[in-house]
Design a binder for this molecule. Structure first.
Ligand code: GLN
Length: 495
């Protein structure tokens, strides 16, 4: 069986094959087995997925209307609760824990006919940029096994990159969907804050976390968003409006997927020739840390867009150097509080040492159960929240966040799209950044901005570096403007 180039393509295949879902699951199970070296999956639900595929094939035969993700083979980052399935967040502290309810996104996936094939490896509690912080071993980039896939959703990115599933879900608190998508040469969308329910997502930094989607094409990612977004009474931070209105969706012959018609969420035909007002941060493209070849490629592409009739303008962004520090102060503060629940009493790992007094028991459990990076962040977060330093760090970082939000609102009064690189370099060699956490944090310079301000961002795989690795650009739009972001992305991927 040939691989599918898109969901649309797969659905055309299903129309011709009565056992199409079963064939697809068998195909992906074989691919997963053959690529086990990549370590992208922590667990594969082989029997379950095969049974579900057979049931969906049966449904089609009996004429039941197909859901939007009918038979689509999906993998989940191991921070998303799938009832009665192990959930570790890449941490030893949750070893043996089984989810006791479905995340809202899982319910929505299943309701539209998706087949969940397994759970993906990730950095522990989604903290990291290389997937080397997992308690279950690192993930390798399928394009070059000596390089990392990016993080923290590295397993989910590689699962799509290496054709081990059709789409996957990750989480993005500071770039963990966009950056691994960039390193792996696929599409990665982080919707705006409040677009997708976080119910059932293991929390890292709750005012930043968003579930995001990896796919091979923009229409696939758009369809994923259409399914998993929307209001949820279990998460009051979710917006009540739909991410993609049905009216905005239409037939789009000649799309990158070669699609012809259909009712699924795809950036529609009318969007095809729209001219966009595009801005980019001067400081972002001029940054000394940015790989020169990547700078040239991105500026060249911006020039081409301008020649095609879009407005492209470089704008100043004086707050650029404050973005990473503000992000690491605020997210570690939130993490230190969110991770306080892992105490060894209620669930997960508990120390084997006996006869400890309670405080000692907590300390021992947490010291043994958490990995190095997670401990570093809990300590940092506890420090910035401590009475003597609260104002100097936490309050100041909140002020920076507020300024960023205000500034961003102003930018989107004049522009539709903001462009930055996704990452300053292509995928790092395995091990390169592990001994230098600051260097690792600084590599998040282009992605954390969207999480600090709550806007949607997407990484588009447009280029190949002379070192053989893929890279792309990151496009962002104003809050709740995912539709326009996707339409823009769709257009740019076809030029
Ligand atoms: N690399 C960033 C960090 O380590 C992003 C993580 C994420 O988005 N989950 O915090």
């Amino acid at each position: 069986m040939e691989k599918f180039i898109s969901i649309e393509d797969y659905h055309r295949f299903l129309a011709l094959h009565a056992d199409g879902c079963s064939q697809a699951v068998a195909f992906y199970l074989t691919r997963i087995r053959e690529n086990s070296r990549l370590n992208a999956f922590l667990e594969v639900f082989a029997d379950e997925a095969s049974e579900r595929a057979a049931a969906l094939d049966e449904e089609r035969r009996s004429g039941v209307t197909m859901g939007k993700l009918h038979g689509v083979v999906v993998a989940l980052k191991d921070v998303i609760s799938y009832k009665d399935h192990t959930l570790t967040a890449g941490s030893k502290i949750l070893s043996g824990f089984k989810a006791i309810y479905h995340a809202t996104v899982v319910e929505k996936l299943l309701a539209e006919g998706a087949i969940i094939i397994g759970r993906n490896n990730c950095d522990e509690f989604a903290m990291g940029s290389t997937n080397e912080n997992s308690a279950y071993g690192k993930v390798l980039n399928a394009r070059d096994l000596t390089r990392v896939p990016g993080g923290s959703s590295g397993g989910s990115a590689v699962a799509v990159q290496a054709d081990l599933c059709m789409v996957s879900l990750g989480s993005d608190t500071g770039g963990s969907v966009r950056q691994p998508a960039d390193f792996c040469g696929i599409v990665g969308l982080k919707p705006g804050y409040g677009r997708i329910s976080r119910y059932g997502l293991v929390a890292y930094a709750s005012s930043f976390d968003q579930i995001g989607i990896f796919g091979r094409t923009v229409p696939d990612v758009a369809r994923g968003l259409e399914v998993i977004s929307g209001p949820d009474e279990c998460d009051s931070t979710v917006a009540r409006t739909a991410a993609i209105a049905d009216a905005a969706v239409g037939a789009n012959p000649g799309s990158e997927a070669g699609a012809a018609g259909g009712s699924a969420a795809r950036p529609g035909k009318d969007s095809h020739n729209r001219k966009y007002r595009i801005a980019y941060f001067k400081e972002g493209l001029a940054h000394p840390g940015l790989d020169p070849e990547m700078r040239v490629a991105i500026l060249d592409r911006l020039g081409r867009w301008e020649s095609a009739g879009h407005t492209v303008q470089a704008i100043d962004f004086k707050l650029f150097d404050y973005i990473v520090p503000a992000y690491y102060v605020l997210t570690t503060a939130e993490a230190s509080s969110n991770l306080a629940r892992f105490d060894g009493i209620r669930y997960g790992y508990r120390t084997g040492s006996k006869d400890l007094e309670l405080t000692e028991f907590y300390k021992r459990t947490r010291s043994e159960g958490f990995g190095r990076e997670v401990k570093r962040r809990i300590l940092l977060g506890t420090f910035v929240l401590s009475a003597g330093y609260y104002d100097a760090y936490f309050t100041k970082a909140q002020r920076v966040r507020k300024l960023l939000v205000e500034h961003t609102d102003l930018i989107f009064k004049d522009f539709d799209i903001l462009i930055l690189p996704t990452s300053p370099t292509t995928a790092f060699p395995v091990g390169e950044k592990m001994s230098d956490p600051i260097a690792m944090y600084l590599a998040d310079i282009y992605t954390v901005y969207a999480n600090l301000t709550g806007i949607p961002g997407i990484s588009l795989p447009l280029f190949t570096h002379t070192n053989g690795m893929p890279f792309g650009v990151q496009a962002m739009a104003s809050r709740f403007n995912e539709l326009s972001l996707l339409q823009f992305s769709h257009q740019m991927m076809q030029q």
